[in-house]
Design a binder for this molecule. Structure first.
Ligand SMILES: [Cu+2]
Length: 165
């Protein structure tokens, strides 16, 4: 019993200092929406998260909104035949029934273009994800450590290519 209580206390402490956060809206669960802190001079930044569909029907992420940038789009990064990283706007991201889609470096991401100010590690910034079925879901993007500075996102480099205007 003592051991169980100790474990419970440890779990509570972990929850209290949670680095990850999540939002649930109907069947859709959005895990740790975040933006790696961009360089102070950056005009664009990428947003990442995992989206879980606990329902029995597919949903689609149609778009995103936030006041931190002039324009917010859903993008997909690709590597072309020459090994050059490119990215393009996609109309939606399909979230299959019972499935999880990771928005991560080198793949799908939320693109913030025309940043209105600096984004600093530890800040939370309001945003909205728009789903076909789940509707508008209010979330907060957490500003995480810069990529390559121990942010825990691996060695994938999302900064080597232009995010365009
Ligand atoms: Cu992009």
């Amino acid at each position: 019993m003592t051991r169980l209580l100790t474990l419970a206390a440890a779990a509570l402490m972990l929850a209290g200092s949670a680095i990850a956060h999540e939002v649930t809206a109907g069947d859709i669960q959005i895990i740790h929406p975040h933006i790696p802190q961009p360089a102070a001079s950056a005009k664009a930044a990428g947003g990442f998260m995992a989206i879980v569909n606990n329902g029995t029907e597919a949903d689609r992420l149609l778009g995103a909104e936030s006041d931190i940038a002039m324009k917010v789009e859903v993008h997909e990064s690709k590597v072309d035949a020459n090994g050059v990283g490119t990215m393009e706007h996609v109309d939606f991201i399909e979230i299959p029934a019972g499935g999880t889609v990771n928005l991560e470096h080198g793949g799908y991401h939320i693109m913030f273009m025309g940043l209105k100010g600096t984004l600093t590690e530890g800040e939370m910034h309001k945003g909205v994800l728009v789903f076909e079925r789940a509707g508008r879901v209010e979330i907060e993007f957490q500003i995480d450590p810069p990529v390559g500075m121990g942010g825990g996102h691996g060695a994938m480099d999302h900064s080597g290519h232009s995010h365009g205007g």
